[in-house]
Write a protein that binds this ligand. Structure first.
Ligand code: SF4
Length: 310
């Protein structure tokens, strides 16, 4: 598969583009995810022609219409920020996702402080560049780097990103979409079982609609599904469903042992990956091709470490 092309706030890659000449290098992004994706770095404030070092900026004013102001002055850079974002996003950059620096009045995706009249934070909003990006690309998976410090959110983002990229890179053929849906089935079931069935009906294409319309219908519902957080109960249902494939192969005692690991996952004593590894082992032992082809066993590239080493 071609590497995902991910836009990123340049300071997260260690580029010295911050107002004070520093960076905000994120080791996991650079050392782990960076091995499996193509970065497309942006520093919107540098692109505004403000140089390094430059004065600090803040969002100021009302929640509905915050302005980008140079800290400690009345200098208003809102129009410059808007026109710069428009210029940067005017061409099709063929991005699959964007990772934003948190808290920045330009790059922050959420909870960027808006300062009121007495110079204290009164509310929060999205940064100028992040807002323009989202408006132009409403369906792309995006995230703030701060959320990626939580391994669960990191994993969720990776599952979403690689499932989305696999779908985007599919040859525009009905058979490829049907095969894709078959292999993503357990991931989709864990996110939204009802919608998973609807996606299956779309992929089946019983009305024989044109391939472009078919892909567009599938992708739009797919994004709704993949943006829904999977629940523990949904994962348990997926695991039980998988276990059903071995009802003629395993003994009653083995089944009870496996069900106990599901309970351990349910109460938080075991991570999902441990139970999935057990199911993968069963699929290999009994050469179950349907299960072995499921993306749930390798939702993102092997070798990409989700947990920090220390
Ligand atoms: S947060 Fe955005 S604008 Fe600020 S230094 Fe990083 S890339 Fe540049």
């Amino acid at each position: 598969m071609m590497k995902p092309r991910i836009g990123i706030s340049a300071c997260l890659l260690g580029r010295k583009v911050r107002h004070n000449g520093g960076d905000k290098r994120n080791d996991w992004l650079v050392d782990q995810l960076g091995r499996f994706v193509e970065w497309v770095p942006f520093c919107p404030e540098l692109e505004m022609g403000l140089g390094v070092p430059r004065p600090t900026m803040r969002l100021k004013g009302k929640l509905k219409d915050p302005q980008l102001i140079v800290k400690g002055t009345e200098q208003n850079l809102t129009l410059l920020a808007r026109s710069t974002a428009e210029r940067l996003l005017s061409e099709d950059l063929k991005l699959d996702s964007f990772i934003f620096k948190k808290g920045s009045p330009s790059c922050g995706l959420e909870h960027v402080k808006i300062y009121g009249k007495n110079d204290s934070p009164s509310s929060s909003a999205i940064g100028f560049f992040a807002a323009a990006f989202k408006e132009k690309n409403p369906s792309l998976p995006v995230i703030e780097e701060g959320r990626l410090s939580d391994p669960r959110q990191r994993e969720r983002y990776l599952v979403k990103l690689f499932a989305f990229v696999r779908l985007r890179r599919l040859p525009r053929e009905v058979a490829s979409l049907q095969n894709y849906h078959k292999n993503q089935r357990f991931i989709l079931m864990a996110h939204a079982p009802g919608h998973c069935r609807r996606l299956g009906a779309i992929a089946a294409n019983s009305e024989n609609i044109g391939v472009n319309e078919l892909f567009s219908n599938y992708q739009s519902l797919f994004l709704d599904v993949i943006n829904t957080s999977p629940s523990c109960n949904h994962w348990i249902n997926v695991l039980l469903h998988m276990l059903g494939f071995f009802k003629n192969e395993i003994s009653g005692g083995e089944k009870q042992q496996i069900l106990r690991t599901f309970d351990d996952y349910r109460c938080g004593a075991l991570p999902l990956i441990a139970v999935m590894t057990l199911m993968h082992h069963l699929a290999e032992k009994y050469s179950n091709r349907y299960l072995l082809d499921q993306a749930v066993f390798e939702p993102y590239p092997k070798g990409l470490l989700v947990m920090d080493r220390n």
